[in-house]
Design a protein around this ligand. Structure first.
Ligand SMILES: [Zn+2]
Length: 121
């Protein structure tokens, strides 16, 4: 991978990182407001089971999304670290270069397509 490619993917990683931090912030905000909503509901109105279910569901969903985003954030940081060690774009399993098309979609990919497929089995 040449310098120009590296700069391109570095930019991609930073952009993705910014997006995810933004999303995490939004989820956090949403979870905080939904918690406030439900506690005020409890004191003011009789609660309906259906409402509780939807509430719990959306909270669960938020937790899931937040966990997923945090996971990606970790992968991005890892990729940036690899970049500083000049290891970026190298498959951590077989040591070959990861396909550029793959990095276009997943700039924080750790494995090449072949090894990823092996791991999924
Ligand atoms: Zn590989």
């Amino acid at each position: 991978m040449n310098k120009k490619d590296l700069e391109y993917f570095e930019k991609l990683l930073f952009e993705r990182r910014k997006q995810i931090l933004e999303q995490l912030k939004n989820i956090e905000k949403r979870m905080r407001t939904s918690q406030q909503d439900s506690s005020s509901d409890l004191s003011l109105y009789p609660t309906h089971e259906a409402d509780i279910a939807t509430d719990a569901e959306s909270r669960e969903e938020n937790v899931f999304i937040a966990g997923n985003r945090a996971d990606i954030l970790g992968r991005i940081d890892r990729a940036l670290k690899k970049m500083s060690k000049k290891m970026y774009g190298i498959c951590e399993n077989c040591g070959k270069e990861i396909e550029k098309e793959r990095l276009e979609c997943i700039p924080y990919a750790r494995f090449c397509v072949g090894c990823e497929r092996e791991r999924e089995r």
